[in-house]
Write a protein that binds this ligand. Structure first.
Ligand SMILES: CC(C)(COP(=O)(O)OP(=O)(O)OC[C@H]1O[C@@H](n2cnc3c(N)ncnc32)[C@H](O)[C@@H]1OP(=O)(O)O)[C@@H](O)C(=O)NCCC(=O)NCCS
Length: 157
């Protein structure tokens, strides 16, 4: 189910967690989806997502995420502090290395390549560890998790 730039599954995983996903559906004259003036919009979308989980996923206990985006203050400010504080580096599965959870950092909100990030990735290629190719990206994958209560409190639901 999608709520603006955020989406989640309609059922909780076996451990009671619901993963969330972010895609850019909000670039306009004011900027990309993470500019400060759109912060309230992003929080409203997340609040709607949490309300959806509360009503449709009775087994849900936690919200979780996995993305390079948790490195960015502009992304972290959308979420409860406890969720942001839980961020821990994780390695992607080698067979699951094509998604935006790492590749998303190579483009900006206009879907143009970021020259600085592209240069860093290209410079790292000659010495790339073939067993861990994701280490060529400046930002690694961070995993996050917090209880639904933390989201209810933060968005005042
Ligand atoms: C995330 C994304 C929208 C960022 O694009 P953008 O044009 O840089 O960002 P916006 O204009 O929306 O927001 C700008 C804010 O983000 C910050 N920011 C965005 N990318 C950044 C980066 N790579 N490094 C540092 N800061 C970054 C800027 O500093 C700015 O913050 P500020 O207002 O506090 O100064 C773009 O990279 C994208 O669409 N990626 C693909 C989607 C994706 O990665 N999804 C993850 C799925 S798990």
């Amino acid at each position: 189910m999608r709520f603006g730039c955020f989406a989640c599954n309609n059922v909780a995983d076996a451990d009671g967690s619901v993963p969330i996903h972010f895609r850019n559906f909000d670039t306009d004259a004011a900027g990309g989806p993470l500019v400060r003036i759109k912060l309230a919009r992003r929080r409203d979308e997340m609040a709607a997502l949490v309300e959806h989980i509360l009503t449709k996923c009775p087994d849900a206990k936690h919200v979780r995420g996995r993305s390079w985006l948790y490195h960015l203050p502009a992304y972290r400010r959308v979420f409860p502090p406890a969720y942001v504080a839980s961020a821990e580096p994780v390695e992607p599965e080698a067979r699951n290395f094509q998604g935006n959870s790492l590749w998303g950092q190579v483009i900006d909100s206009e879907e143009q390549l970021r020259p600085d990030v592209t240069d860093m990735v290209m410079a790292a290629l000659p010495t790339m560890d073939l067993a861990r190719p994701w280490t060529v990206f400046p930002f690694g994958l961070l995993a996050t998790r917090a209880s639904l209560e933390k989201f209810v409190e933060f968005y005042r639901l």
